[in-house]
Structure formats: C-alpha cells, structure tokens
Design a protein around this ligand. Structure first.
Ligand SMILES: NC(=[NH2+])NCCC[C@H](N)C(=O)O
Ligand SMILES: [Mn+2]
Ligand SMILES: [Mn+2]
Length: 316
C-alpha cells in the first residue's frame, strides 16, 4: 500500500518553512499584542515543525516595534496610519523574500492590520492564491466606515481595493486579490458597512450561525469549493485567534462570545493541510497581557496547535 506523503505539496518543491516574528500592535489600541511572537515561539513551534519533517528558519523583524518619530497628519480618523503603513511595508518585503525562496511562511503577529502585509506579499509571489480568513470579525471596514479607526479592522478592504479614496499612507498597497478568492469562517461581529460590502461583492462568508447549522465539515467544504475548487490554487490561511471561543482563547483584544470550539478550529487547519496547498499561515491577535497566566497559556497553546496542525500534524 502506498500512502501519499503529507509533505507532498502541490505548489512548493521543498520542505522549508519560515517562521516570521512580527511584533507589531499599532493596528489597535491595547498594549501587549506586539509581545505575542516571543510567547508563541517559546511554546516550541519550531521544534513541532522540525518533528514533522520541515526545515525551519526563524526570521525576526524586531524593527516593527519602533514607531516613526512623528505620526503626521492624516486625512482620515485612523489610529496611527503612518506607523501601520511603514510596518506593513517592511513586513511585506520580508514575507515576500521568504516566499520567493520557495518556502512556506508562518506570519506570527502582532495584530491583524498585518494582513495588509501578508496578503500583499502572498499575492505578489503566488498571484493565483486564495485567502481563507478565520475571524470573529470581517476586518473589511474602509477608513470611512471604521467605527474605531483601528486599522486591524480594515486590512481586507485595502487589499481588495475598496478603500476609496485610499489614505495617502496606503497608496503603496496594490489591489492584489479579487472577491472571488476570499472566504470567511467564524464571523459573529460584523459592522453595518462591512455587511454591505460582503453582500455587494458576493464574498462567501460563514458565520457561527452557519457553523451551527451545517457543521464545520460542510462549512469548510463550501468555503473551499468557492475559493479553491479542485485545489488548483495555493492557499493563504489567516487565523485571528479571536475566531475561537474566549473560554479557551481569553488572551486577545476583541473577544466575542460564541466562537469556534477547539475541534472546529483544528478541523479547519486539518482540512487545509489535507489540500497540500498551504503557502502562508497568519496567526494574529494573541495578546498575552490581557489574561491571567492560565488564560494566557490556553491561548498560546491554541496558537501553537493551529500552526502544527496546519502543517500536517494529523495527516498520515
Ligand atoms: N482584527 C480584529 N480583531 N479586528 C477587530 C475589528 C473590530 C471592528 N470591526 C473595528 O473595525 O474596529
Ligand atoms: Mn477578530
Ligand atoms: Mn481579525
């Protein structure tokens, strides 16, 4: 009997994974999310991946912690647009560099404004890839529709080209993906402007209501059928840990009740691993300062499990 090796990737020749530490948190206002890469790395994710047979490279981008001297005026009511833009431009270059070597990347945030960088980099190197966004939130506010001014609520609108006019700080961001290659799972806190965009552009989204109604198996099947039929596209999986229920992921800045169970998030990662199309994984919004020791450990262990499972832990 021959088994398909779990390392047989459809798009990548080698078995190289770059773990990229992105200590950045100015896409929102709570301190601590920039400390997460250190905590997540210390949980042993590099050893996990080595055990699975990968060559692992750890890349740090420590300069993301340094804010520009002056924020400068912005036309919009955005929080720290210059800092977010500068950091994302830097992160994008580092991520694209790793992807260009033929490696898969794990982008360890940091807050979800880094999605501007991760999607830009993935689409530059793998221009046909699809994006599966796992989140309680849609993060598709435009600078105008954003209720908070926090850019971690806006990355998807920027890469889809929906932010009009584009704030001057983000003119470098290309419209690099189209609505037919983006799907969401886990939504349960969507702003009115976001709902309008999702409907207007026909973006497939599966809320927690759909997860309850159809079960996670059908939901993942429908989401992948919409954006990656027949696994012909590389996959970018962007996991905001607040997609998971706050009872097991309390250390995050925008908790919303009624999230994915541990098995449901693992199922998503397993199903993506099984496609052998994963080129990039984001793990964002862990904030170790927002919970007690136990809550923090639980959150980090979920982040660690997301990484090793997406890279094939359960595959035989
Ligand atoms: N990546 C996140 N946790 N995003 C939360 C976004 C919350 C809200 N929709 C906003 O725009 O501010
Ligand atoms: Mn979120
Ligand atoms: Mn998010």
């Amino acid at each position: 009997m021959t088994l398909l090796n779990y390392l047989d990737h459809r798009f990548l020749g080698g078995r190289n994974v770059s773990l990229i530490k992105l200590p950045f948190g100015a896409g929102q206002k709570k301190a601590g999310v920039e400390e997460a890469p250190e905590y997540i790395m210390n949980s042993g994710v590099d050893k996990d991946l080595k055990k699975l047979g990968y060559n692992v490279e750890v890349v740090d981008v420590p300069e993301l912690k340094k804010a520009p001297a002056e924020e400068g005026p912005s036309s919009k009511q955005l929080y720290r647009p210059l800092y977010v833009s500068t950091a994302c431009q830097r992160a994008k270059n580092v991520i694209a560099g790793e992807l260009s070597k033929g490696s898969a990347v794990v982008n360890i945030g940091g807050d979800h404004s880094l999605g501007i960088a991760t999607v830009s980099a993935v689409q530059e190197v793998h221009p046909t890839s699809c994006l599966l966004w796992i989140d309680a939130h849609a993060d598709i506010n435009t600078p105008d529709s954003s209720p908070s001014g926090n850019l971690h609520g806006c990355p998807v609108s920027l890469v889809l080209g929906y932010a009009k006019p584009v704030p001057p700080e983000f003119e470098w961001v290309k419209t690099c993906i189209d609505s037919g290659r983006v799907a969401y799972i886990g939504l349960r806190d969507v702003d009115p402007g976001e709902r309008m965009l999702l409907r207007q552009h026909n973006i497939p989204f599966f809320t927690m209501h759909h997860v309850d109604k159809y079960g996670i198996g059908r939901v993942v099947e429908m989401a992948m059928a919409a954006i990656n039929p027949d696994n012909l596209r590389p996959t970018h999986l962007s996991v905001d840990v607040d997609s998971v229920d706050p009872s097991i992921v309390p250390a995050t800045g925008t908790r919303v009740k009624g999230g994915l169970t541990f098995r449901e998030i693992m199922y998503i990662c397993e199903a993506v691993a099984e496609t052998r199309t994963l080129v990039a994984l984001d793990v964002v919004e862990v904030n170790p300062l927002l919970s007690d020791k136990e809550g923090c450990e639980s959150t980090i262990s979920v982040a660690r499990s997301v990484i090793r499972t997406s890279f094939g832990l359960q595959l035989v």
